[in-house]
Design a protein around this ligand. Structure first.
Ligand SMILES: *[C@@H]1O[C@H](CO)[C@@H](O)[C@H](O)[C@H]1NC(C)=O
Length: 286
């Protein structure tokens, strides 16, 4: 059955429409910087605006959500190797202890966000792994620690990257250790913040409100997750929006990264109509 809202679609004569709509699918979206390579291959040449839709288990089926400005954080990962000198734990003065150096580094890393960053500029540094082996009687030669960092502005993001390296290297040297920090730049795991252009956001809000009614549009809070679409937002005016797929009767209540993830398929015509109307009205009104 065709839902009632289909009748809200604006029909225009072909003469009113001028322009080309390009559909981009996202290769290597979860890791590998697919969008960056798409841009490198010319996907955005002559493109003047770009829009993306993403399912959300947080909003009921068919509800659209977005916000102007920064919507998702920039994301990076780091792994540090702190090197000391292996030795018997009973005679610590004959060794150089990377465990103590790593511990101090973990504590000091927490000072970057809490003491150096504007509290209104949200950032995250999380150390998620620390490995010094498993010998209870030996001070290890090295400790490997790593984690992730997030920020909403590109300047904040690269400042954070620089400070993570400085804090680990210098804190290691306090305890006579040396350290190297890898940010996996070559493996393409760095994602910039996803920032919605004010006008493109407003266009999405207007289309969603006209098509689905004001009750079906929400201004959503920013999130510290990251998104490959961010690369596109750096190149052309862009808007990224969510469409709800949550239906508790069906059980479509799990995040996109859950093994239980599923969608309420009733969302498909709503999402298709919204996305198509965003493109159509953009061409009419530009
Ligand atoms: C959830 O899905 C069921 C089964 O398709 C449907 O009957 C119900 O109307 C849906 N609920 C909402 C809130 O969309």
């Amino acid at each position: 059955m065709i839902p009632q809202w289909i009748s809200n679609l604006v029909l225009v004569s072909p003469l009113q429409l001028q322009g080309t709509v390009i559909l981009l699918f996202q290769p290597a979206e979860e890791a590998g910087n697919g969008a960056k390579r798409m841009i490198g291959d010319g996907a955005l040449d002559d493109v003047e605006a770009i829009f993306a839709v993403h399912v959300s288990h947080e909003h009921p089926t068919g509800v659209i959500g977005s916000r102007p400005g920064a919507l998702l954080a920039g994301c990076g990962f780091f792994r540090a190797v702190i090197s000391g000198k292996k030795g018997r734990a009973g005679s610590p003065h004959h060794s150089v202890d990377p465990i103590l150096a790593a511990s101090a580094a973990v504590i000091s890393l927490q000072g970057i966000v809490s003491r150096e960053t504007n509290p209104l500029d949200s950032q995250v540094v999380s150390v998620t792994t620390m490995d010094g082996g498993n010998n209870l009687d030996m001070i290890p030669e090295t400790v490997v620690l790593g984690g992730t960092f997030r920020a909403y502005s590109s300047t904040g993001f690269y400042k954070l990257l620089q400070r993570i390296e400085e804090v680990i290297v210098e804190q290691a040297s306090v305890f006579r250790c040396s350290a190297t920090v890898d940010f996996f730049e070559k493996e393409s795991t760095i994602y910039p913040p996803t920032v919605n252009d004010d006008h493109m956001y407003e266009h999405v809000r207007k289309v969603a409100t006209d098509l689905l009614g004001p009750a079906n549009f929400r201004v959503v809070p920013p999130m510290m997750g990251a998104e490959d679409f961010s690369f596109y937002t750096q190149v052309v005016p862009a808007a990224f929006y969510y469409i709800g797929v949550r239906n508790e009767t069906l059980g479509s209540i799990h995040t996109g990264h859950s093994p239980y993830f599923m969608i309420d398929e009733d969302v498909l015509p709503i999402g298709a109509a919204t996305h198509a109307t965003i493109a159509e009205r953009y061409l009419i009104e530009r």
